[in-house]
Ligand binder design. Structure first.
Ligand SMILES: Cc1cc2nc3c(=O)[nH]c(=O)nc-3n(C[C@H](O)[C@H](O)[C@H](O)COP(=O)(O)OP(=O)(O)OC[C@H]3O[C@@H](n4cnc5c(N)ncnc54)[C@H](O)[C@@H]3O)c2cc1C
Length: 307
């Protein structure tokens, strides 16, 4: 623990990551830090850089698969306290990256702030939602953003306008950066109308997605090539609903949701992902891209075609 001497109040060693992800599988982080504020964040980044340790950002782990052997280096998580302040001035909203996204969406609806209903049912933190450009068929978070602030992994601060964030379908140019805060523009709306829209999207998701299961939402991105069916349809058409590899299985409710049953290992999920990709590639000619983030597993183990 020499690298982080004096920072033991918020840096721990050998912390199991399974408890921090929705799949609840995966090994430990060599170092795990929850810096209580921006100064502590800079300090821990400086130490990690001095030690040449890899640094990874964790939110609520709802879009993440961690390998059974865990990861070397530092995993950082922004605690709610210190990184979730919410400020609202008319239609201008500023919120810390550690704020819960569902909490923000609910607060906005109840406060007569419209425009975030499209994010109903997306779990996780605001910071990760920006990194992933979270959203769905009703819209994406990137569309609302005016500015994103944070620090690069070397500790240098950044402040990007929306255009500089590179928001695209389930991705952004914020990979490898630490988002600490963002500003967005919302719309005035009647709480009743906003809540009705929120409830209707939530009901739609509850009817079509296995929300109670240990999942990471959609595992594969929908292919962008015009005319190619969405990933869930490709998987469903191959008869893979219910197909299992060890403790990991394709949901019966939604074929792009892969769920972990009790006793599952990350290796089971990797093998299921690999099987699906190989079948879709050989029988439908489509190379499925991952929407989830994966730590500590090789691309080959996940069935990616490696040149
Ligand atoms: C039941 C269910 C339904 C879902 N539905 C949707 C949906 O409709 N639409 C959708 O888009 N997603 C959906 N997801 C996926 C997931 O909720 C989103 O991707 C979410 O934004 C991830 O948030 P998180 O805090 O859990 O991030 P994590 O899983 O912890 O991390 C995801 C990525 O964000 C990075 N990250 C985390 N915090 C920061 C930060 N502060 N700065 C920079 N990078 C950071 C991580 O390094 C990682 O690369 C769903 C997941 C589940 C389990």
């Amino acid at each position: 623990m020499n690298w982080f001497r004096g920072l033991e109040s918020f840096v721990r060693e050998n912390v199991p990551l399974a408890a921090h992800t929705n799949y609840r599988v995966g090994g430990p982080a060599e170092f795990f830090a929850e810096p209580p504020g921006e100064e502590a964040l800079s300090m821990v980044l400086r130490r990690a850089n001095d030690a040449a340790l890899p640094v990874r950002m964790l939110g609520h782990g709802t879009n993440l698969l961690v390998g059974d052997a865990g990861v070397k280096g530092l995993v950082l998580r922004l605690p709610k306290k210190g990184f979730s302040e919410l400020r609202c001035n008319g239609t201008d909203l500023s919120v810390g990256a550690g704020h819960s996204l569902p909490g923000l969406v609910k607060w906005a609806s109840l406060s007569g702030c419209g425009g975030l209903e499209c994010l109903a049912g997306v779990p996780g933190t605001v910071g990760a939602a920006l990194r992933m450009n979270a959203g769905g068929k009703y819209g994406e978070i990137g569309a609302r953003i005016t500015r994103v602030q944070g620090v690069n992994l070397d500790g240098a601060p950044f402040s990007y306008s929306r255009d500089a964030c590179g928001f695209v379908y389930r991705d952004s140019g914020l990979k490898g950066r630490i988002v600490t805060r963002c500003e967005m523009v919302i719309e005035e709306s009647a709480p009743d109308a906003s809540l009705t829209s929120l409830r209707s999207i939530l009901a739609e998701k509850a009817a079509t997605q296995p929300l109670a299961g240990r999942s990471a939402g959609c595992v594969f991105k929908n292919p962008r090539k015009f005319g190619t069916p969405p990933a869930s349809k490709l998987i469903d058409e191959l008869g893979l609903k219910g197909f299992a590899s060890g403790g990991a299985r394709v949901s019966h409710k939604h074929a792009n949701f892969l769920v972990c049953d009790p006793g599952a290992k990350a290796a089971d999920m990797a093998s299921l992902i690999r099987h699906i990709r190989e079948r879709v590639r050989s029988e439908r000619g489509v190379a499925l891209e991952l929407e989830i983030e994966v730590w500590g597993l090789e691309a080959e183990a996940l069935g990616a075609q490696v040149a």
